[in-house]
Design a protein around this ligand. Structure first.
Ligand code: NI
Length: 170
């Protein structure tokens, strides 16, 4: 396993709609293991393949998010089948490091997809996990969390992000 480089929000691949996965093979299994290792190293609770430079529809999420358990899974070709109610809560992104905002999401979702053996899987999630599912699904469609904000808040975060980037570069 290895830790992959996480692309930041300025990378065009973060704006790309990722393509469906046709074959689950050894490469995909290896990718998902690397993604899980990269997610925990960051540290984060979810990661989409385009964040590590692969424009394909696979996400990894820690199902234990918001609890003291750790339970990472990879989900292939995920889709949200149902959204219920709304909630607002703090959200961040490994591609927009160290910046957070209050984002409105569905409180409960039903997510469908496939595991790495090609079996159909279905998760009912609420609160933190529901937020993580929606956030990672958005990544696969080229959407970032700040797209959910008003223009003024979004522009403020973008300026902060660019400032931090400048501070980091020598
Ligand atoms: Ni993210």
């Amino acid at each position: 396993m290895s830790i992959l480089t996480i692309r930041n929000c300025l990378d065009p691949i973060l704006r790309q709609k990722c393509g469906p996965i046709e074959n689950i093979d050894g490469n995909l299994v290896a990718l998902s293991q690397d993604m899980i290792e990269t997610m925990f190293d960051a540290p984060g609770a979810g990661l989409a393949a385009n964040q590590v430079g692969i424009a394909q529809r696979i996400i990894v999420v820690d199902l234990g998010i918001g609890t003291d358990k750790i339970n990472p899974v990879a989900i292939v070709n995920p889709e949200i089948a149902a959204f219920e109610e709304e909630m607002t809560g703090e959200e961040g992104c490994l591609s927009i490091p160290d910046l957070f905002a209050e984002v409105k999401r569905a409180k409960r979702v039903e997510l469908k997809g496939y595991d790495l053996d090609g079996n159909a899987v279905r998760y009912e999630a609420e609160d933190h996990l529901a937020r993580a599912f929606q956030h990672e699904l958005d990544h696969l469609n080229g959407i970032l969390f700040w797209d959910k904000l008003g223009k003024i808040k979004r522009d403020l975060l973008k300026r902060k992000f660019k400032k931090k980037l400048k501070e980091k570069s020598p």
